[in-house]
Design a binder for this molecule. Structure first.
Ligand SMILES: Cc1ncc(COP(=O)(O)O)c(C=O)c1O
Length: 346
């Protein structure tokens, strides 16, 4: 049975070109700075996002952690969205390992935090308060419908941060999806932040890795932080080789994933018992609701599974589907047919 796995874009497998590049990668010891393939990827990544330097890390979670630990000391505070991946799904790493205090601000449905809310969260100088150091943004925003933050919004947050002597970090796990969806150069989304990370292993389909990017000084410090976390990876060129292919060949094709997500959403609108907020579907992530009492989301997931379609249950009547490399337009049509049949017969 063909399996159509829409649970996440993290399920993507490396392309044939990536496997070939991994096989042929020139390797060395990266902790000595001698892995030529990793050095090449880091240079390429920095240039691509318009920063001075970059650092390969094992995962998006490690990228977020390396950056918060590099920007902030113990007892200092990070302002971040209450729906952000870092706050919800990273095991409290910044406080567990760095003694950093997360200060949440409400995420709006489009993934932004209102400037007034951010401003209100910035601490004044008072012996009672932690010191605010950093504002974290997430683009695209996973929990907020895969929404893309615009260059204008990012610049406005950065301007506020500058005015108040703070730094801005972007969790850009899917920032290339945002750039493609908004039809802008990714540098427009990164130009005003002090540091960012992006993932190779989600929409870009590489098997492992994320890049932390920022000024040369910041990356030198981040390299130390990565070492503390056990993230110095020796012959990391086996990972970097696939990352180079990801950056060279897999960015523009995410437009196809966005078209497929749209097609899926437009089909879901027509299925009785399901509902979706169509204008919110901008990139490759979509959330939809069940509007019938006859079936719960987990029951629907189980029935879909039996028919080879996998989606995530994210609430009593809420589901998530993510399109990615390896999912075709035909797969979307098949998914819609299976969904339609299940909803009509249940
Ligand atoms: C926005 C965002 N940031 C960070 C991560 C963490 O990435 P990883 O699973 O590589 O640790 C994810 C994972 O889905 C994510 O969606």
């Amino acid at each position: 049975m063909r399996i159509i796995d829409l649970r996440s874009d993290t399920v993507t497998l490396p392309t044939p070109a990536m496997r070939e590049a991994i096989y042929r990668a020139e390797l060395g010891d990266d902790v000595f700075g001698e892995d030529p393939t990793t050095n090449r990827l880091e240079k390429m990544a920095a240039q691509r996002v318009g920063k001075e330097a970059a650092l390969l890390v094992a995962s998006g979670t490690m990228g977020n952690l390396v950056c918060s630990l590099t920007h902030c000391g113990r007892g200092e505070e990070v302002i971040l969205g209450d729906q952000s991946h870092t706050f919800l799904y990273e095991a409290g790493g910044m406080s567990a390992l760095g003694g950093i205090h997360p200060h949440t601000v409400a995420n709006q449905p489009d993934g932004t935090m209102q400037l007034a809310d951010i401003e209100a969260a910035i601490r004044g100088s008072n012996v009672h308060f932690p010191r605010t150091r950093l504002i974290c943004l997430e683009n695209t925003h996973n929990r907020c419908h895969g929404s893309a933050l615009t260059p204008e919004y990012t610049d406005a947050v950065a301007a506020l941060a500058r005015e108040r002597g703070l730094r801005v970090y972007l969790d850009g796990a899917r920032v290339f999806n945002a750039a493609v969806a908004l039809n802008v150069d990714v540098r427009e989304l990164t130009r005003s932040v002090n540091s960012l990370s992006f993932c190779l292993s989600k929409g870009l389909s590489a098997p492992v890795g994320s890049l932390v990017c920022g000024s040369a000084d910041f990356i030198a410090e981040a390299r130390r932080t990565r070492k503390v976390l056990g993230g110095g990876m020796r012959q990391s060129g086996v990972i970097a080789a696939a990352g180079i292919v990801a950056l060279e060949q897999m960015v523009e094709r995410t437009a196809e994933d966005h078209r497929n997500a749209r097609r899926l959403a437009e089909g879901i609108v027509r299925i009785r018992g399901l509902s979706i907020d169509l204008p919110k579907v901008q990139t490759n992530i979509l959330y939809f609701q069940m509007t019938t009492e006859r079936l719960t989301a987990s029951q629907l997931v189980a029935e879909l599974n039996k028919r080879g379609v996998k989606v995530l249950c994210v609430g009593a009547n809420r589901l998530r589907a993510v399109t990615h490399y390896g999912i075709s337009r035909e797969d979307i049509d098949l998914t819609l047919a299976v969904l339609g049949e299940l909803m009509n017969t249940s």
